[in-house]
Design a protein around this ligand. Sequence first.
Ligand SMILES: *Cc1c(COP(=O)(O)O)cnc(C)c1O
Length: 388
Amino acid sequence: MEQALRRTWTEIDLDHLLYNYQTLCRRVGPDVRVLGVVKADAYGHGAVQVARTLEEAGVGYLAVSSLDEARELRSHGVSAPVLILGHTPPEQVGELIRLKITQTVSAEAKAEEYSAAACAAGGVLRIHIKLDTGMSRLGFLCRGEHFEGGVARIARSCALPHLDAEGIYTHFAASDEPGEDSRAYTEEQFQMFCRVTKALAGQGRTFALRHCANSGAVAYYPHMWLDMVRPGVVLYGLTEMAQELGLKPVMRLKTCVSTIKTYEAGVCISYGRTFRTARRTRVGVLPIGYADGFFRCFSNCFSVATADGPAPVLGRICMDMCMVDLTDCPHVNVGDTIEIFGEKNSAGDLAHIAGTIPYEIVCAVSKRVPRIYYRSGAPVERKLWIGQ
Ligand SMILES: *Cc1c(COP(=O)(O)O)cnc(C)c1O
């Protein structure tokens, strides 16, 4: 890779992505569609490249969080069905119709606005109804006293002119959490979903696509797969669930050694002098910092992987750089590649140290970091947001 890219970069393994997608397809079988969740720039992996790869593999649906994200896919030639999981203002319904984007509808008032806007635009808006079965975020309320009213509101929404109600779905709050309590909660959410769809079917309102299963339910609740599943994080080979399913991590984050200097014992390193050398120390400077997504909380408590073994971070991680101890990695030289996560450390290992989830680790890799796409072990494309 040329010099411009020899700072810090990610490698996105499209073979692993394809493998994960196909493994998930086999898992759910031919009667269940797989929707690939590519919101938030495909969890930091690059939405266009991920969507194209999934589309080539015949993906049944894609999901994003907003019209901006949907538009990016369409403007790069992705033609698979796309579902927007979040809200879109009614003023943009004309564009939704023109771009053939499916919109989530989470309340009757929104259905009415969308219907009117679609009528004004002279088209039909494809929608999926969202139920709030216990996530307490978006969706028609249908629990307890809201059941009858909720069903009626959904039925009226679906019957509005210029709306085509293709799907109905809900989102689980704890399908990926261990323990009986989480299991009971997930089952309860699913039962609620089934009760609503059954009541609607009783009135003649059926849906081609009923879907509930996020990654947790794809991994642990086969009876909840219904017509379509919506995996996100496992598609990228992240979390223990992905490991259990035999999936492979898609992203690797790498940097290189820009400088090496040797300091005597007793020397302070980096801001705040939180580290002092205890011996003669060979210190490597790496051009990666918290502005690249290498969180400052990894200061003094993480070891990067070199070809010659682990190298502990020394002192505070700066905005654009950090220092590592190469004393015990004598064969590492200036220009050598360093892995932040990938083969040796996983995004999950970093998440554990940072007290967060692997989702946040990959989403946090900043736009300053080029994404290099690999197929059959060779780079095939790259995406840079800065310095083009
Ligand atoms: C993000 C999201 C998903 C995917 O969740 P994972 O835990 O990454 O599988 C599925 N459905 C909805 C509604 C989402 O917002």
